[in-house]
Design a protein around this ligand. Structure first.
Ligand SMILES: [Zn+2]
Length: 387
């Protein structure tokens, strides 16, 4: 039995108290039951007000639904790659993740999914839980590749069936304008796979058609790194961004590394979708590594000054970790309480997981302890310390 004391994150605010846990949270003892510290008391510049309480922040473990790599490892490298990135990100507070594939020759993508499934079925101590895979490509628009290599394919029923047969994909990035996208979206939704609009030049109408198809099937819709590699929002052309922000039922990922999204764009999106924004890293293998050249799906990405770029200049994923993304949200002006929701509670809800994303008795003991500077000082995955 382990005990942690501090300021506990609850859906309504912070509460001073104590957690007792083994692999699951056994008991939550509030010091002053019923008295929540309101969000404003701890928001923005008033964050420091929490420090005199002498409390570390105890928050539910971060869930990253879009991560390719880190610590030198990549999800396309096979089992060692997936385990390596899961270990690296666990030390930064990520307790669960979707290993994310990149657009590559079809057999190679299917092979990578098999390896992810092997890791998912045999978790090891020190790793973030691998909940499955995020299939990013090949069902994307060749005109909006971003850093995806040019091996795009159409989402035919046969290919969708092959993906579903792998039994490990929980999120698929799909460009709504591709021929067959609406039918593919239905096929994914019926199988419980979240359909995330991305790498797309779709019109708002095309994005809404896929969104409605998925929602009608009882599925969930997301947006792959909102603002990046998708048609923009303007008065006459709402694009995919307009479609996502105007539909409250949809979720959206954001890369808050200081390079992909301006803080004001982030705050506008958050205002439109306060309960359904997700922080993701979209990290590539160079996260946590020194500057230099790194492989990204067979391409060379050069890492310098906190950015990874392809030879042509495109941002090649990020070097983020979830704790950095969280600090980015706070720096942009969101309260710490809200920012934690974007990193844990919202992705849990997106994936339909009720056993994590909060600090209630009976939930998994996936926990992160942050100090007053929002640095990760302790991490527990299923009650076992990884840091
Ligand atoms: Zn990505």
């Amino acid at each position: 039995m382990t005990i942690l004391e501090g300021l506990l994150w609850t859906p309504r605010g912070w509460q001073s108290g104590r957690l007792r846990f083994e692999s699951e949270i056994q008991e939550v003892q509030m010091q002053f039951p019923g008295t929540h510290l309101s969000e404003t008391q701890l928001s923005g510049t008033q964050l420091r007000a929490a420090e005199p309480l002498g409390a570390p922040f105890i928050v539910p473990g971060f869930i990253d639904v879009h991560v390719h790599g880190g610590g030198g490892f990549d999800a396309m490298d096979g089992e060692d790659g997936v385990r390596g990135l899961a270990r690296f990100h666990a030390r930064h507070g990520t307790t669960a993740l979707l290993a994310t594939t990149i657009t590559n020759p079809w057999e190679r993508v299917l092979g990578a999914l098999e390896r992810v499934r092997a890791v998912q079925g045999a978790p090891q101590p020190g790793e973030a839980s691998v909940l499955g895979a995020h299939l990013e490509g090949p069902f994307v628009n060749p005109l909006k590749l971003g850093a995806q290599p040019p091996f795009t394919l159409l989402p035919t029923p046969q290919r969708v069936a092959e993906v579903l047969a792998a039994g490990v994909v929980r999120v698929v990035t799909l460009a709504p304008e591709l021929p067959g996208a609406v039918e593919a979206a239905r096929q994914f939704a019926r199988a419980g796979v979240r359909v995330s609009l991305g790498h797309t030049i779709a019109t708002a109408e095309e994005a809404v058609a896929v969104t409605e198809a998925v929602l009608t099937e009882g599925g969930e819709v997301g947006g792959t790194h909102l603002f990046n590699a998708m048609s923009g929002l303007s008065g006459r052309e709402p694009g995919v961004i307009g479609a996502l922000l105007s539909r409250p039922a949809t979720f959206a990922e954001l890369i808050l590394d200081g390079h992909h999204v301006h803080p004001t764009s982030f705050l506008s999106a958050h205002a439109a979708k306060p309960e359904r924004m997700l922080l993701v890293t979209d990290a590539m293998r160079a996260a946590g590594m020194p500057d230099g050249d790194y492989d990204l799906g067979g391409q060379t990405a050069t890492v310098r000054a906190g950015q990874a770029r392809l030879a042509g200049g495109s941002l090649a994923g990020s070097l983020l970790t979830m704790d950095q993304a969280l600090r980015g949200a706070v720096k942009a002006g969101l309260s710490l309480h809200r920012s934690v929701a974007l990193a844990s509670a919202h992705p849990a809800r997106y994936l339909g997981l009720s056993d994590r994303g909060g600090l209630s008795a009976g939930q998994r003991a996936d926990l992160v302890v942050l100090n007053g500077e929002l640095k990760v000082v302790q991490v527990y995955v299923k009650g076992r310390a990884v840091l």
